[in-house]
Design a protein around this ligand. Structure first.
Ligand code: SAM
Length: 302
């Protein structure tokens, strides 16, 4: 029988089972650190969904953030041609050495992902691969900074498949006019197409986290879906529109970009681009935010 592409092939050495994970932790006398978001995966089914969503094959590379004891890393190594995993906790390195010993094309870099120069890491490890995906069960205390670093550093990435808090996944994939839609939705969707892959129960982790989780896939866009002259200014406008969600767009923008004396100009500007000043930021599409930032910039706002 042929094995479907990207299906996890379970072997006796796999660490993602409750008994094997507990055995490894006991053997190494390892107490997991809550402060580092150490909730390890113990479910092959969820692992299978994560790696399938990443669409890996031997011509491609995978960057993992926070390999833990290697539950996901093993599966990535079975499918991808090159795997690099960045782990902050030095105590895990000898365990990863054992878990990954059958996979010479997988390497572990000791470091803090937020302080790692990823362009250098890509040059050192992914030269010659057809495309790179980030695949990870992220440490939840730094989910958003990690995603924004990956997107803003303009890395040659194909997609990002990550397990994160469900509430953050909902915000990343939210559409205009919904309660979850905000500056994070726009920042992520400016760079990527976002889709929810699956919702994950707490029971698939050791120890169990106190939030629900979800796997999200971000397909990195070649070009943003809207044209903006100055991306930093565009994001500043978006941020300002959500400073106080219950306030109108007019009030939020006036507080950030206009003085008491020239507030009336804002009303005219909004009418001029066909946006009702009494709307709330959460109702504006990305296209409308692009139009708004172009008009504010042309008006001399900074
Ligand atoms: N991948 C493993 C799994 O799925 O079982 C472990 C995932 S656990 C949620 C998060 C991992 O990220 C831990 O191993 C933790 O030590 C590591 N970590 C936390 N902060 C980090 C950072 N700033 N840079 C790199 N790794 C980090």
């Amino acid at each position: 029988m042929s094995i479907p592409r990207n299906e996890v092939i379970v072997t006796a050495d796999d660490v993602a089972t409750p008994s094997k994970t507990k055995q490894i932790l006991k053997q190494h006398d390892l107490v997991l650190k809550k402060s580092l978001g150490q909730n390890f995966l113990i479910d092959q089914n969820i692992l299978s969904k994560i790696v399938s969503a990443a669409e890996l094959d031997k011509s491609r590379g995978a960057l993992e953030i926070g390999p833990g004891i290697g539950a996901l890393t093993q599966q990535l190594a079975k499918l991808a041609g090159r795997v690099v995993a960045v782990e902050i906790d030095q105590r895990l390195l000898p365990i990863l050495g054992e878990t990954l010993s059958p996979y010479p094309h997988a390497s572990v870099v000791h470091g803090d992902i937020l302080k790692t120069d990823l362009l250098v890491l890509f040059r050192q490890h992914f030269e010659g691969v057809d495309g790179v995906s980030v695949v990870a069960n992220l440490p939840y205390y730094i989910t958003t900074p990690i995603i924004m670093k990956l997107l803003e550093e303009k890395l040659p990435l194909e997609n990002i498949v990550v397990m994160i808090q469900k509430e953050v996944a909902d915000r990343m994939a939210a559409r205009p006019g919904t309660k979850d839609y905000g500056s994070l939705s726009i920042a992520v969707q400016f760079y990527c197409e976002a889709e929810l892959v699956t919702i994950v129960p707490r029971t698939v982790f050791v120890p169990q986290p106190n939030v629900d989780s979800a796997v999200i896939r971000l397909r990195v866009r070649k070009t943003p879906p809207v044209e903006v002259e100055d991306a930093d200014f565009f994001f500043a406008v978006v941020q300002s529109a959500f400073v106080q969600r219950r306030k109108t767009l007019y009030n939020n923008l006036a507080a950030r970009f206009f003085s008491k004396e020239n507030k009336a100009e804002l009303e005219a500007l909004l009418h001029g681009i066909g946006i009702d000043p009494s709307r709330r930021g959460e109702t504006l599409s990305m296209g409308e935010f692009a139009r708004l930032s172009t008009a504010l910039r042309a008006h001399g706002c900074k």
